[in-house]
Design a protein around this ligand. Structure first.
Ligand code: NAP
Length: 570
């Protein structure tokens, strides 16, 4: 082994001082030694190999629990471990197969540090439920998660794979594959959006971030959760049924369950716990909601311009000082009764009240080809997938704040971008319109996308129709970003029987009470302005209403039928 850069006396550091300070404090909790080994070949991804070496060297200088060595890709050690990509960073390679193919840049820095931690603490970090799903696995699994550095969803999916590899080191191999540094591998598996998970070289493929238990079930059975459900092979606890199969949960009985960890949910959590409620936030995907996917936010007071992910990281850190935030825990059903029974992918909560902040999902165009080429040229998240289109040609479809923010982000990444909008005027705010004009982004006005065309493998172009004269045309593109608004995620609310308003959002009164006693809603789910600041305001109001109603449970005294305006319902 050849130690790199490595003498502990060297004064120069690669990581900034504040990051080092934070890491040093965190590393004080490491238990067992962790070996990092980097394999690189000169002339292949040199700057990324250098970055990785410097990053890992700094880590080894911050604690004596981490050691670092660099090897040539042609070395015997590389052959022994079967490493072929440059750079490849292995975590504890003699004990498990946890590898980063490509530099752990940006968002992936977090999964790398978390992997070190779990390896050092000799724990997988999987939930009890996931461990019980993993237990029957008897065959080998190679899990390759393709990522990009700006994808906020990717570290979650990488960590699912890493945790499985730590839990079953003899059977599960986990690889985080940075796709632009491994283009041949990405090409082989036709990766067009991230995270893109390939198991056993294509025996099963998954797109997007999954809740942990679902990921483990799909990995074990090599089938999608939907297929498993159809075959009746999905474990009960992933099938929305209450009962057997749950591991221990904490806490079982609570005052309040908040569903969703966007700005509304996080704020509700802060206010609820500060009011003295025992509460938990459950989030099936990533903390931060849609804002975490917004490249830049320019209208949140106090921040002239801030990446959405950064803003939500700050907000979630603040919320976590008060309230447990369970990421990757999906709420599968809520039943009304004496109290509210919230069934999740990990257990059952009995709650006096529930605040729904389930937000909204991307609206789809509904054009032929959209589903076929999803993840293969059709994208909805510019923060996640914009990086994959550097130097390529894409269309952004839509005329709202999201479409223009995405178009500007893509342009800044070096993507050749055109906006397609169905009218002759944007609804986006003036500063965004001005920026688009200043950047000279071409706009195709009064035009709708009638079809997303492709060669069977990837999207290759769009069939367009001018709504004024019905003239049709084709536009050759490598990808399309659909940014035509959101559809409220009302499934849980509907299953509870809450009233919806005429626009399809959950109807609430001015105290954010829904038509169902003890159930409140806030954020994008209730429509309105749908801004971060309004979501925050609504979240705080919902929490205070839950507190007030728990203290003086009016619904127990005078329940009235739901009527949509629901002012007197609770
Ligand atoms: P939006 O404001 O609803 O805009 C959707 C856009 O897509 C509109 O231009 C609409 O056209 C177009 N559209 C809708 N359906 C279409 C279809 N079937 N085919 C073609 N075009 C279609 O959605 P958004 O931009 O995602 O924003 C959602 C909310 O989040 C808004 O309240 C927005 O202000 C907020 N947001 C804020 C920021 C920020 O402040 N930084 C960033 C992103 C989002 P028409 O204009 O013709 O209706």
């Amino acid at each position: 082994m050849t130690p790199l850069f490595g003498k502990k006396t060297e004064p120069d550091w690669f990581l900034p001082e504040d990051v080092r300070k934070q890491l040093k404090e965190t590393f004080a909790d490491l238990k067992n030694p962790v070996a990092l080994e980097l394999f690189a070949k000169a002339g292949v991804n040199d700057e990324f190999s250098d970055y990785t070496a410097k990053f890992a060297t700094d880590l080894s200088r911050l604690t004596d629990k981490i050691t670092f060595a660099r090897h040539e890709l042609s070395s015997d050690r590389a052959k022994e471990l079967g490493v072929t990509a440059s750079p490849t960073l292995c975590v504890n390679p003699d004990k498990c197969h946890v590898r980063f193919l490509g530099a752990p840049l940006g968002e992936e820095g977090k999964s790398f540090i978390t992997a070190i931690f779990l390896a050092s603490l000799a724990t997988s970090g999987l939930s009890e439920t996931s461990l019980s799903i993993l237990e029957p696995l008897e065959e080998e699994r190679l899990v390759q998660v393709f990522v990009s550095p700006t994808c906020p969803y990717c570290p979650g999916q990488v960590m699912h794979a890493v945790k499985c590899a730590l839990a079953r080191p003899k059977l599960v191999r986990a690889e985080c594959v940075e796709m632009s540094e491994n283009p041949e591998l990405a090409e082989r598996y036709n990766v067009g959006s991230v995270p893109h998970t390939v198991i056993n070289e294509g025996a099963h493929t998954g797109l997007g971030l999954m809740p942990e238990e679902r990921f483990v079930a799909e990995m074990v059975h090599l089938a999608s959760a939907e297929e498993l459900k159809k075959e009746g092979a999905l474990p009960d606890f992933l099938d929305g049924k209450t009962g057997a199969g749950y591991g221990s949960i904490e806490p079982g009985e609570v005052d309040l369950v908040i569903v969703g960890a966007g700005p509304a949910g996080l704020t509700a959590g802060i206010y609820a716990v500060r009011a003295g409620l025992k509460a938990v936030i459950l989030e099936k995907s990533i903390v931060g909601g849609q804002v975490a996917l917004t490249p830049v936010v320019e209208n949140y007071p106090g921040f002239a311009s801030v990446p959405g992910k950064q803003l939500m990281d700050i907000m979630s850190e603040h919320a976590r000082q008060y309230i447990p935030v369970h990421e990757g825990e999906e709420v599968e059903g809520i039943e009304r009764g004496e109290s509210l029974t919230v069934t999740t992918s990990r257990g059952v909560y009995t709650a006096k009240t529930v605040i729904l902040t389930t937000g909204a999902a991307y609206r789809q165009l509904g054009a032929p080809g959209e589903d076929v080429y999803f993840g293969r040229g059709v994208n909805y998240c510019a923060s996640c997938d914009g990086y994959l289109y550097k130097g390529k040609k894409v269309a952004v479809i839509g005329g709202g704040n999201t479409a223009l923010t995405d178009a500007l982000h893509l342009k800044h990444l070096g993507v050749e971008v055109t906006i397609i909008h169905r009218r002759d005027e944007f609804r986006a705010q003036v500063p965004l319109r001005e920026s688009v004009e200043r950047e000279g982004i071409p706009i195709i006005w009064n035009t709708v996308v009638e079809e997303i065309m492709g060669d069977g493998k990837r999207a290759t172009g769009l069939r367009l129709r001018n709504v004024r004269d019905d003239a049709t045309s084709e536009l050759a593109v490598d990808g399309a970003f659909v940014a035509i608004g959101q559809v409220a995620a009302t499934e849980l609310a509907k299953s509870l029987g809450t009233d919806l308003n005429e626009s399809g959002f959950v109807a609430v009164d001015s105290a954010m009470r829904t038509s169902v006693p003890g159930v409140y809603a806030a954020g994008d789910l209730v429509g309105g302005l749908q801004q971060i600041v309004t979501a925050i305001g609504e979240g705080s109001v919902a929490a205070m209403s839950a507190f007030e109603d728990i203290s003086h449970p009016r619904w127990k005294k005078a329940p009235t039928p739901a009527n949509g305006s629901n002012t007197e319902n609770a």
